[in-house]
Each structure stands twice: as structure tokens, then as C-alpha cells.
Design a binder for this molecule. Sequence first.
Ligand code: PEP
Ligand code: MN
Length: 382
Amino acid sequence: MRSAEDWRTLVACQRPEWPDQVRLGEVVDDLTASPSLVTPQECDTLTARLAQVAEGKAFLVQGGDCAERLDDLSTQAIRRKIVLLRQMSEILTSASTLPVVTVGRIAGQYAKPRSSPTETVDGRTLPVYRGDAVNGIGFTQAERQPDPARLRRVYDASQYTMDVLRGELCTSHEGLLLDYEEALTRRDPRSGRRYAGSGHLLWIGDRTRQLDGAHVAYFATIDNPIAVKLGPSTTPEHALALIDRLDPDRRPGRLTFVVRMGADRVRDLLPELVEKVNASGAPVAWVCDPMHGNTFQAPSRYKTRRFTDVLAEVAGFVEVHRALGTHAGGLHVELTGEDVTECVGRGVGFDDLHRNYESACDPRLNAGQALELAFLVAEMLR
Ligand code: PEP
Ligand code: MN
């Protein structure tokens, strides 16, 4: 029999090089003794609602920052994000006549997978910023040193955010830091099943979905609703194997696939994936992330995305599902209620990016752009 912690023997891609294992152990012990941020019942309720998405009877709106920031914690900013997500959900529910399940990328979205372990600026190389859960964004050796004490600060910030959200909104984040996730995983005394206590829905990123890796193994041990990001390198065989590992009982609502192929590739890559998964009878929910396949560097070097590409990827996603008779189940987007200039289009040009570029990682839609996206997607769903 496999034990719940067998994932520890496997390779965890993107694991930070924590400099002080003793200190890490102390923080992990402290978190292990701290209360869970969500209850098993809340997680089961979300699974039941996502089952509706998988069955074509509901639509998911999931959104929030690419990376939350510890120093930006503000009740007002959290409220503005909730209001924006609610408005998007209302726009989409009135057009599609389906109930909308709203989930924040919030209260725990503090760790980032990166494509390179280092960053070089003006000839100087330092460890890359991996999110406020790991290190600081400032370009100094001290800031970039991973610090386990940050895990406790992330827990406290997530709890504060949960208190602002309480009762309103389900939470989600990438389950990247397995030391943190395992420390907050609890066995439900009623059912004997394990639940991640850090948020309602956790997802596996496109960079950590290896079948023989620690992330897939850990996610197989928890009973929360979970998602996996699927980028352009995903084969249908890989998707089917993920289903076998992560949803062996074929429980509707358990597994959501968040696809992020890029606007120019979604029509080529998605049909075979959906067709084969659908033919297998697996009850997955299909959700479109139109952000991560469409990132590029502006002439000014800011990371950005074109609003038109974001819209085009959703259009391709919806078309593919229409053609196959499957359900285009939802949207997963990076957004903020603040008036940022990070994505181009709808009033933001390349020359505006410097004005209010606040993201610590990927560019987010501002409130105007997010609402416009909701209106245009609503038109597609009519
Ligand atoms: C993200 O959602 O911020 C992210 C890193 O996505 P992906 O794993 O799809 O690249
Ligand atoms: Mn991102």
C-alpha cells in the first residue's frame, strides 16, 4: 500500500533551495499545528458545483492575480477583486443562462514556477523571484535568498484574506510548494480522507504535471477538487494518464483541465485532446486559460499580453467544444480590480505599460478589460 507521504521520495520540480532545513522544519511544524483555512465540507461542496460544470450545467469563472503580494494585503483591494469576479459571473450567467461557479485565484497564490532558476540584470546573476512564499522581488542577494519564515507569513496573509472573503467565494491557488501543502493537509475525522487545508481548489501547473513527479503523487492523496494546467506539449496520452492517476474513481467535479495553448494553436491542439478524453468517458471539466499561452515581451521589455489574443484563444476554445458537442466549461484569467496597465488593448498601448505596471510576475487584465472580456465571451456563449 502506498502511504500518503510517498510523494516525498519523488522529484519535486520547482522546489526552492531552502538554505536552512532546520528552520524549514520548524516552520513546517508550526503550520502543521495551525488550523486549516478551509473545511472538508466546503471542498466537497465545490466538488459538487464543479460536477455541474463537467456535466455542462454550469460555467466556471476563476480569476485573480498571477502572484499575490504580502505587502499589498488590503481589505479594499480584496473587495474590489471579489466585486469584479462577481460582475463577470453575472454577465456570463445572464448570457449563458447557466449558473456560474466563481472561484478566486486568491488567499494562497504566493508561489511561482519559473522557466529559469536565475535572473541576470546588467551582467549580474541572482536567484529568480519565486513568489512571496519563497523570496523577495528586490534584486539583491539577501532578498532573493529563499526564507522559510515566509511560509508562515503566507499562511497568515491567506487567513486574513479568507476572513475578508468568508462565506462568499471559494479560493484556489497553484499547489506548488509541497512542504507548505503537506503541512496544512489534514485527515477528516468523519470520512478518514485527506484534504489540503490551504484552499478549496488547488491546481498543478504546466511545469509540474510530470506523471512520475512529486506534485501528481501528492495531489493523488488529497480529496479536494483539483485542476491541472495543460500547455501545448500535452499529449492525449498524458491527459488520459493524469486522469487515471488523479481521478481513478471518475468522480465528476474532482478534476478540471485548464487548457492554455495560445491563440494561434488552440484550434490545432485542443480537438484531439478533448476527443480522446471524452471518448474515455472521464467526467473532466474543461476550462480555458487564455493568458499563459499568449505572453510576450513588449518593445519596452515589459511582459504583456494582447487583449485580442486573449479573446481569440477563448473563441477558439469555444469553437472546438461546439464542433465536438462538448462543454466549454469556463474561464481562468489573471486579473485585478486595480487600474493597472499590464495587458495591451482596450485603451492600453505599448507606451502606457510603464504607467501602472504593478504585477510581480505575469500581466493581469484590469477591471475594464476583464469586464469587456466577460461581455464578449457572453456573446460567444449565447
Ligand atoms: C500561472 O497560472 O500563473 C502559471 C504559471 O500557469 P502555467 O502553469 O499554466 O504556466
Ligand atoms: Mn501567471
